[in-house]
Design a protein around this ligand. Structure first.
Ligand SMILES: Nc1ncnc2c1ncn2[C@@H]1O[C@H](COP(=O)(O)OP(=O)(O)O)[C@@H](O)[C@H]1O
Ligand SMILES: [Mg+2]
Length: 389
C-alpha cells in the first residue's frame, strides 16, 4: 500500500505565500507511484484545512475563497493512526497520514512550533526536530552556538529594548568600538524585515528604533565589506550529510532586501526557485579553495545545530580578504533548494524520496530509545503525603 504523505504548509508568517509555492512544487514532484499526497494547509488565521482544491496553485488567488472550498480539520492521533478530523458537520475522519512533510517558512511554524506539535502527537516527520528548528530562529543564540563550535560569525553586540532604554550610551559606545558600518537586525525575524545597513553613528539610533518595532531583542553586527553572498544546501542527519552545489545571490543594494527576495528586478521565468525572485548565479563564481571551505563549514554547521532533512546555509564573504562567515541556516529553505541538487544529478523527485525515507528511518531509531517507563508511579498515589521530599 502507498504511504500517505501529509504535506503541511502555510501558517501565520510573512512567508505564507512563499510556503504555498514551495509546497505545491514539492507536491507536483513527489513520486505518485510510491506516495499518496494529503495537503494540509494552515491559513493565516492558523486554521488547518485539507482537500483536493488545495493542490492547485491557481486556487490561492483569493485566500478566503480557498478556505470555503476546503475542509476545516484538526490533526490528531486516534487508535494509533494520524487522522485529519473534520471540524465542521459530523466529526468524522476525513483522511489519514503516515508521514508529515512540513514545508513552512518563517516564525510561528518553521521555528520549531510545528515540529513540537508533530512530536507531541508522535507522527513521523521530515526535517529538523524542535531544537534545530528553534536555534536558527534567534540570531543571537545562533551566533553563540556557532562560536562555541569554532564556526566563524561576524562580531556583534546585542540587547533588549528595556536595556537599550536605560544604557543607550553604553551600547552605542560598544557599537562604535566594534566599528562602522554595521547591520542592525531584529533577533528573530526573517526575509530582511526590520534590517538596516548603517554607515555611521548619525543614523544608528533610528535603525535601532526601527528594529525594535519588530522585536524586543536586536543585534548589531559588524558589516562584511566587499560582500559576496553564497548559499549551500545540506541534506542528511547527524550521522550522514551530503552538500550541494553553491549558489551566489545578488542584491541590488547594500543588503539583500525583501524586494530582492520576493518582488525582484527581473521578470519571473519558469518555475520559481528558493527566494522566489532573487537574482542568482549557479554555480557561485568563487575559487575552489573557498568552495571547499564553505562545503566543510556547511557540514559542521548542520551538525552543530542538530539539523536534519534538507536545509540551506547562507554565507557572507569578504571577497577581498577571502574571509567567510556563516550568516544563517534556513531549516526549510524556499523550494527545498531543489535547484542546488539538480545540477549535481539529484532530481527533485529523488531529493523528496530521500527526505521521506530519512524521516521514517529516524522515527524507527528514536522509537528504539527509552522515552517513557511502563510503570505508573501514580498507581498507589495517596495524596501529597506520598510525594518524595
Ligand atoms: N554582517 C553583515 N554584513 C553585510 N551584510 C549583511 C550582514 N548581515 C546581513 N547582511 C545583509 O542583510 C541580508 C539579510 O540578513 P539576514 O541575517 O540573512 O536576515 P534574514 O533572516 O532576514 O534573511 C543578508 O542577506 C545580507 O544581504
Ligand atoms: Mg537571510
Amino acid at each position: 500500500m502507498k504511504l500517505k504523505i501529509g504535506v503541511i504548509f502555510g501558517g501565520k508568517s510573512v512567508e505564507h505565500e512563499v510556503s504555498i509555492i514551495s509546497a505545491i512544487q514539492a507536491i507536483n514532484n513527489i513520486d505518485k507511484d510510491k506516495y499518496n499526497i494529503v495537503p494540509i494547509y494552515i491559513s493565516k488565521e492558523k486554521e488547518l484545512y485539507t482537500g483536493k482544491n488545495l493542490l492547485k496553485i491557481e486556487n490561492y488567488k483569493d485566500l478566503q475563497e480557498i478556505k470555503k472550498v476546503s475542509k476545516a480539520v484538526t490533526l490528531c492521533k486516534i487508535n494509533n493512526e494520524f487522522c485529519l478530523l473534520s471540524l465542521t458537520g459530523l466529526r468524522k475522519v476525513v483522511d489519514k497520514i503516515d508521514v508529515a512533510f512540513p514545508i513552512v517558512h518563517g516564525a510561528g511554524v518553521e521555528d520549531g512550533s510545528l515540529a513540537g506539535y508533530l512530536d507531541t502527537i508522535g507522527v513521523p516527520y521530515v526535517g529538523s526536530r524542535v531544537l534545530g528548528s528553534a536555534l536558527g530562529q534567534d540570531k543571537v543564540i545562533l551566533k553563540y552556538v556557532l562560536k562555541a563550535n569554532d564556526i566563524p560569525v561576524t562580531d556583534f553586540v546585542w540587547f533588549y529594548d528595556s536595556e537599550y532604554l536605560v544604557s543607550k550610551d553604553t551600547y552605542l559606545k560598544q557599537i562604535k568600538e566594534m566599528g562602522y558600518p554595521v547591520v542592525v537586525k531584529p533577533a528573530s525575524l526573517g526575509s530582511s524585515v526590520g534590517i538596516t545597513y548603517v554607515k555611521d553613528e548619525d543614523s544608528i539610533d533610528k535603525a535601532i528604533e526601527e528594529a525594535f518595532e519588530y522585536d524586543r531583542k536586536i543585534l548589531v553586527e559588524k558589516a562584511v565589506d566587499n560582500l559576496v553572498e553564497v548559499n549551500c544546501s545540506v541534506l542528511g542527519n547527524y550521522h550522514h550529510q551530503e552538500v550541494s552545489i553553491l549558489e551566489e545571490v545578488i542584491s541590488s543594494s547594500d543588503i539583500l532586501t525583501y524586494q530582492d527576495k520576493y518582488i525582484g528586478h527581473r521578470k519571473m521565468k519558469g518555475p520559481s526557485k528558493g527566494m522566489v525572485n532573487t537574482d542568482r548565479r549557479i554555480p557561485a563564481n568563487i575559487d575552489e579553495c573557498l568552495q571547499k571551505e564553505i562545503k566543510d563549514l556547511s557540514i559542521l554547521t548542520f551538525k552543530a545545530l542538530n539539523l536534519s532533512g534538507v536545509c540551506r546555509i547562507d554565507y557572507l564573504i569578504d571577497s577581498k580578504k577571502n574571509k567567510v562567515y556563516v550568516n544563517e541556516p534556513n531549516i526549510i529553505p524556499g523550494s527545498l533548494s531543489f535547484y542546488l541538487w539538480e545540477p549535481i544529478g539529484k532530481k527533485y523527485q529523488e531529493l523528496l524520496d530521500d527526505l521521506i525515507k530519512q524521516a521514517i528511518d529516524e522515527y524507527k531509531i528514536s522509537n528504539k530509545k527509552v522515552s517513557h517507563f511502563q510503570t505508573n508511579i501514580l498507581e498507589n498515589f495517596e495524596g501529597t503525603k506520598g510525594i518524595k521530599k
